[in-house]
Design a protein around this ligand. Structure first.
Ligand SMILES: NC(=O)c1ccc[n+]([C@@H]2O[C@H](COP(=O)([O-])OP(=O)(O)OC[C@H]3O[C@@H](n4cnc5c(N)ncnc54)[C@H](OP(=O)(O)O)[C@@H]3O)[C@@H](O)[C@H]2O)c1
Length: 254
């Protein structure tokens, strides 16, 4: 049956090795996406994932090098090269990110900067040229993996949370700027997801899986939504936390 996702033929992933991103791409390929470009720090490590996507039905799968730490010119060149060679993209999924070590980063400026650079600055300089190409093509969605941790950064991981808050705010503003161009920006806000990033950590309440985040993302893409939460109940939990007076918030064990 043809549905709204039947039009999503091509996807570019910035941070192509991410477990959440790969679950999302698998779900898109299962729903007939055929062109997949996985941009990652070590593209050679993604050959098995690329092969799996071909077996699942993708006909044009490529891995290219992308490092959020590279400069803006390198990001612009990469984006132009990929769009020039593959044509329009229906979805750009922005998934690169690092959790960092909060205990180190809150006392070491270089460590804090590294987290902010990867999660915010390095993605902004890659998103902007993607937005320009999509504005020119007149359609598509930039889906940005944000997090509830950016909604109200908490004591135990505010370096990561603040970097994602910056990315989230940038994505929201970009979505507003692109209104009427045919290009949508979808902000995806998962809670705790069981992936490599959280391996060894105690799971937070309402913890979820990459597949569930993929499901929420595909639902948001189909609806042309500007924000999705995974799981959806986190929207209400975070609304309470966001408005909690700071003296109370500080006493929460988080
Ligand atoms: N897991 C969670 O609980 C959770 C919750 C909310 C939001 N998120 C967000 O979801 C996204 C995906 O996370 P995930 O859970 O799927 O974790 P993941 O599997 O560790 O994916 C993170 C990806 O980011 C890539 N990356 C790190 N630094 C990079 C850099 N400098 N340049 C390019 N790529 C870089 C990593 O590449 P390598 O493969 O080379 O290491 C990895 O593929 C992240 O943005 C994360 O902040 C995660």
């Amino acid at each position: 049956m043809k549905d709204a996702l039947g039009d999503l033929d091509s996807v570019l992933v910035l941070g192509g090795g991410s477990e959440i991103a790969l679950a999302t791409v698998r779900a898109l390929v299962a729903r007939r996406a055929r062109t997949v470009v996985l941009a990652a720090r070590r593209p050679e490590s993604l050959s098995a994932a690329a092969e799996e996507l071909r077996t699942a039905g993708a006909t044009d799968v490529e891995t290219v090098r992308f490092d959020a730490g590279d400069d803006a010119e390198a990001h612009a060149r990469l984006v132009d090269d990929v769009f020039d060679r593959h044509g329009d993209f229906d979805v750009v999924l922005v998934a690169a990110g690092v959790l960092g070590d909060q205990a180190v980063a809150e006392r070491d400026g270089a460590a804090a900067r590294a987290v902010v650079h990867t999660n915010f600055l390095g993605l902004v300089s890659a998103i902007v040229p993607c937005a320009e190409r999509m504005r020119a093509q007149g359609h598509g969605t930039i889906a940005v993996l944000s997090t509830v941790a950016g909604e109200r950064p908490r004591r135990s991981n505010f370096v990561y949370g603040s970097s994602k808050a910056g990315l989230d705010a940038f994505a929201q503003g970009l979505g507003d700027a692109l209104a009427g161009t045919g290009v949508n920006v979808l902000v995806v806000r998962p809670g705790f997801v069981h992936t490599r990033m959280t391996a060894g950590l105690d799971a937070a309440p309402l913890a979820t899986t990459p597949e569930k985040v993929a499901e929420a993302t595909l639902d948001g893409l189909a609806r042309g939504a500007h924000t999705v939460w995974a799981p959806p109940a986190l929207r209400y939990v975070m609304s309470v936390l966001r408005h909690m007076p700071r003296p109370v918030f500080r006493r929460l064990p988080m």
